[in-house]
Design a protein. Structure first.
Length: 91
């Protein structure tokens, strides 16, 4: 109930609200950093960056973009090792 009540208050209302909204901010900041890193890796090899940062702004789609990030990162490292990446129907 304390954390649910954090949704009703502004981010700096109390410690629980600050921690709750700070967690959201941290997740989005880390997603942005990781998306940028995956795109940077692809760009460094002359490949088209696979992720669009606007995916962070659409609720629900940011989860899908996170799954795609894992897929493209594993695909990148498979190419680096000289392996043939497996086809993924989801991505």
């Amino acid at each position: 109930e304390i954390l649910f009540g954090s949704l009703e208050h502004e981010p700096l209302y109390d410690l629980c609200s600050t921690a709750f909204w700070g967690g959201f901010a941290w997740i989005y900041a880390m997603q942005f950093k990781l998306y940028s890193k995956v795109n940077e890796l692809y760009d460094s090899r002359g490949l088209t960056p696979p992720l669009l940062v606007w995916g962070l702004l659409v609720p629900g789609y940011n989860f899908v973009t996170g799954i795609r990030q894992i897929h493209f990162l594993s695909q990148f490292w498979a190419m680096e090792r000289g392996e043939q990446p497996e086809r993924d129907a989801f991505c």
